[in-house]
Ligand binder design. Structure first.
Ligand code: FPP
Length: 241
């Protein structure tokens, strides 16, 4: 792959695994859902901070395909929180120029939540100040398997030559086909795993693991990480002269 500009200062696309809500709550003797509520406030703060920090694309991991294994009370509490967030934030997101997309499998989600998601996408489709992607019931392996199935259908139709499938063909069948790859992936809470998030898209991303729990992660912490990214040289597999 040809070298891109290694002097890039601000990452164009930042993806975040928002982890640590549960520990934040239990550490305070509170129910886990209180941690998710505090986390939702940070979502608002980080989204608002992006345009001034020069971030054009923000992708947030809100609910994974594995998160259904949590207690039914936590899952339904999270789903209710997503609905409330979309209802309460829709106006500000629309008016502040945020284009919202959702990635993940919608089939298993409550139809009322899906309706809110679809409406917000339609209402913000022309916005360009910030591209906010919310991964909801998202899993990278599911996404890649879905892309493989969809490629197989394209090959069967004769639209693609099955003996010459390219990485660009695969990328075009992912949920993220119209997004640039993330430059930087941040995970909060001290865990150093990727947990099935954007596996294909993050092939050349930088990673930042911070011990701060998501409900404590402020716009100031975010700005500090972006600053440190500016000092890293990205080679994309090439040797730069
Ligand atoms: C991981 O923390 C967090 C989640 C599974 C949910 C993320 C949801 C939010 C931040 C709420 C609002 C989001 C939006 C988009 C409105 P955890 O519960 O796994 O924490 P733990 O590892 O400490 O238990």
């Amino acid at each position: 792959m040809a070298a891109k500009d290694s002097r890039q200062i601000t990452p164009q696309h930042v993806a975040i695994i928002m982890d640590g809500n549960g520990r934040w709550a239990t550490g305070r003797g509170l129910p886990r859902l209180k941690g998710h509520q505090a986390g939702a406030k940070r979502v608002r703060e980080i989204v608002r901070a992006c345009p001034d920090l020069g971030v054009r694309y923000l992708t947030l991991f809100a609910f994974s395909t594995e998160n259904w294994r949590r207690s039914s009370a936590e899952v339904s509490g999270l789903m209710a929180l997503f609905r409330r967030y979309l209802m309460s934030e829709a106006k500000e997101l629309k008016e502040s120029g945020v284009c919202v997309r959702f990635i993940g499998n919608r089939a298993a989600l409550n139809p009322k939540l899906v309706q809110l998601m679809t409406r917000l996408e339609a209402d913000t489709v022309d916005n360009t100040r910030l591209n906010l992607t919310i991964a909801l019931n998202y899993g990278a392996r599911d996404e890649i398997a879905m892309a493989a199935a969809s490629l197989a259908q394209a090959i069967a139709r004769g639209d693609i030559d099955g003996s010459a499938v390219t990485p660009a063909d695969v990328a075009a069948h992912l949920y993220t086909s119209d997004l640039p790859d993330p430059d930087l992936v941040i995970r909060t809470s001290g865990e150093t795993r990727i947990s099935n998030f954007l596996l294909w898209q993050s092939a050349y991303a930088e990673y930042e693991f911070t011990p701060i729990l998501w409900p404590d992660f402020t716009a100031g912490h975010f700005a500090d990480i972006l600053l440190s990214f500016g000092g890293r040289e990205r080679r994309f597999g090439a040797v730069l002269t």
